[in-house]
Every structure is written in structure tokens, then in C-alpha cells.
Design a protein around this ligand. Structure first.
Ligand code: 5GP
Ligand code: ZN
Length: 139
């Protein structure tokens, strides 16, 4: 457990939460500031600050629970849609530095600004960025 990590404290039961699901490796609980009703979070019990530093097995287990909870949210609330969100770094509006996936049920016209219109990109620019990422994979 990381001393100053609020989600480690929730995992340890030191801070209460509205728990939805728990198993040996993973915890799912309601977000205390829901953007829409049903907004919940899934975290690996082992601390990792973000996606970059996550453990393969923990991440795989977390994603399996994300799917399980998403199906339950879909069944229980029948939302208009459902988004997953996961932030890395302050620039991505990450505020809790313990890896977590947001499950966000959507409501019609909820004005959540995660949608971007489909605008054709510049193919040369797309190809150049793809090359840059592929090079980074080889490092
Ligand atoms: P981030 O911005 O890091 O992706 O999301 C952190 C989320 O954690 C926010 O949506 C925030 O509402 C939620 N959160 C922060 N502190 C607590 C807490 O003590 N309990 C619960 N249940 N959620 C929290
Ligand atoms: Zn933590």
C-alpha cells in the first residue's frame, strides 16, 4: 500500500467506498463525483501509478473486471451508451495516481465532451506519427 494513495486506502478498507465487486486482485466501486449515474471505477489492488507502469497480469485482470462491471451496468441501467476512460498524467486530467478505469454510462444529450467529430486527417502526418510510434516500440 502506498502511504498517500487514496485508492490504496480504499483497497485496504481504511477509507470507505460504495463497493460493487471485489476479488483477490481487483476492486470496483462507485465514483464519488459521478459524471452520470452509474459512473464507477475499477482498480487493480496492487498499486501502479498509471498505465505505463502497470503489471501485465494486473492489467489483464482489471480489464476482465471492467468488462464484467460494464455488462452489469448495461443490464442494470440500460444507458444510452457507455464509455471507458483512463487518464495518464495531469495533462490528461489524472487526479488520482493509482491506475483506474472509469466506466461511464452515457445519457442522451449529456453534453459530456468526449466525442470528437470525424474529420479526415492528413495521411502524410498520420503515417509519420505511426512511424515514430513504431520506432519507439523497438527501443
Ligand atoms: P482521474 O481524474 O484520476 O481519472 O479520476 C479520479 C476519480 O476518482 C475522480 O472521478 C474522482 O471523483 C474519484 N475519486 C477521488 N477521490 C475519491 C474517493 O475518495 N472515493 C471515490 N469513490 N472516488 C474518488
Ligand atoms: Zn495506490
Amino acid at each position: 500500500m502506498h502511504q498517500d494513495c487514496i485508492f490504496c486506502k480504499i483497497v485496504a478498507g481504511v477509507i470507505p467506498c460504495f463497493k460493487i465487486y471485489e476479488d483477490e486482485h481487483t476492486l470496483a466501486f462507485m465514483d464519488i463525483n459521478p459524471v452520470n449515474p452509474g459512473h464507477c471505477l475499477v482498480v487493480p489492488k496492487n498499486h501502479a501509478p498509471n498505465l505505463f507502469e502497470s503489471d501485465d497480469a494486473d492489467l489483464a485482470r482489471t480489464m476482465a473486471v471492467v468488462r464484467k462491471i460494464s455488462r452489469a451496468v448495461q443490464k442494470a441501467l440500460n444507458p444510452y451508451g457507455l464509455n471507458l476512460l483512463q487518464a495518464n498524467g495531469p495533462g490528461a486530467a489524472q487526479s488520482v495516481f493509482h491506475l483506474h478505469l472509469h466506466i461511464i454510462p452515457r445519457e442522451r444529450d449529456d453534453d459530456l465532451r468526449m466525442n470528437w467529430g470525424l474529420k479526415s486527417g492528413n495521411k502524410d502526418e498520420i503515417a509519420a506519427v505511426a512511424e515514430k510510434i513504431k520506432e519507439a516500440l523497438e527501443d
